[in-house]
Design a protein. Structure first.
Length: 339
């Protein structure tokens, strides 16, 4: 009997994941909007507590969010296009640097162990960068369209928060236990998403200011990239460092590059390893293997958006499992500790 129940549950999960994968073009914007609304809603509640009408609070927060997003998007896109325009020059410098290293190695006793193939250096297609740039420009309209949809969804979700409170209050009368589950789930998810956003912003700000102080080109862009990719655990912090280190290596000296690497290491160690776990709390932590598996699973199901949504989705599932005594053992398996 238990085996049949398990197989039925497994089949349902597979069907749900297949449905999500087929509808990822709709699911990803909806999930992004949901998590953004969860992050922003406490600000509306705070303004309402200081006697600002909810409608006015909603309008103010929505306008501020749109303005901030527009500023960040404008800076990121313009800087990215400028960087891509300069990328062929960076690649030429890279070719010269590799050739220089090859000559130096050939003059040492290590030449028999390490040998760079010149064909690989000459095979770098710098003209392909132009195609990449034009491709990004063409996709800008579709990206803006997706974010317009997300903003619209966020606005409707924020407007519905007051109605949601009434629904939870009604649930409290009909089923107090269910109300406790819902309240615990929402509050824990809010806590995680808010802390993650603050930590990501602090990480991006620290990296951006640090690189600007060192004189690294496109420091603002690398700070924004660090902020965005910090939502992808482990992999995101590594990927965000690659372009900044690459540019520093080509435009500065070895010492500058070491300092750039040090800034990324310090930022991710202090904010990601030390501060974030303390703010989130160990009870909301998930194990490293769970994080890696969630990246693979949600990345496959939802594409690139799934990498950003992997941990929030897995955290949501863990919280939902944890507040139900019957499914709590599964939540323990996903967590990073046993209470």
């Amino acid at each position: 009997m238990r085996l049949n129940s398990f197989l039925l549950s497994l089949a349902c999960i597979i069907v749900i994941l297949a449905g999500l994968k087929a509808a990822n073009a709709v699911v990803v914007p909806f999930l992004l909007a949901t998590f953004i609304a969860i992050i922003i809603s406490p600000i509306i509640d705070m303004l309402e507590k200081v006697k600002i009408p909810r409608v006015i609070s909603f309008v103010l927060v929505t306008i501020c969010f749109i303005v901030i997003l527009a500023i960040i998007g404008n800076v990121a896109v313009s800087t990215m296009l400028d960087f891509l325009a300069q990328l062929p020059e960076f690649l030429k410098r890279f070719e010269k640097m590799i050739a220089l290293w090859n000559d130096k190695i050939n003059q040492t006793e290590f030449s028999q162990f390490v040998n760079f193939d010149p064909a690989l250096i000459n095979g770098i297609d710098t003209s392909g960068v132009i195609a990449t740039t034009s491709g990004i420009v063409k996709k800008t309209s579709s990206i803006m369209g997706m974010w317009a949809l997300i903003l619209l969804l966020v606005a409707f979700m924020l407007f519905e928060t007051s109605v949601m409170k009434d629904k939870v209050a009604y649930m409290d009368k009909k089923n107090p236990a269910a109300r406790i589950y819902v309240h615990t789930f929402i509050s824990n998810l809010k806590k995680y998403l808010l802390v993650k956003t603050i930590i990501s912003f602090a990480t991006g700000l620290f990296i951006g200011i640090g690189l600007w102080y060192l004189g690294t080109p496109y420091a603002v862009l690398w700070g924004i990239v660090a902020f965005i990719l910090n939502y992808i655990p482990t992999i995101g912090s590594i990927v965000s460092a690659v372009p900044a280190v690459f540019v520093s290596l080509l435009t500065g000296d070895t010492i500058d590059t070491i300092w750039v690497v040090a800034i990324y290491v310090v930022a991710n160690t202090v904010f990601g390893t030390i501060i974030e776990p303390r703010l989130v709390g160990e009870e909301l932590g998930i194990s490293t293997i769970t994080v890696l598996f969630s990246l693979l699973l949600w990345g496959y199901v939802l594409g690139l958006g799934g990498l950003f949504l992997a941990v929030p989705l897995t955290m949501s599932i863990q919280i939902a499992l944890k507040i139900n005594p019957r499914t709590e053992p599964i939540a323990v398996i996903l967590s990073n500790k046993v209470e």
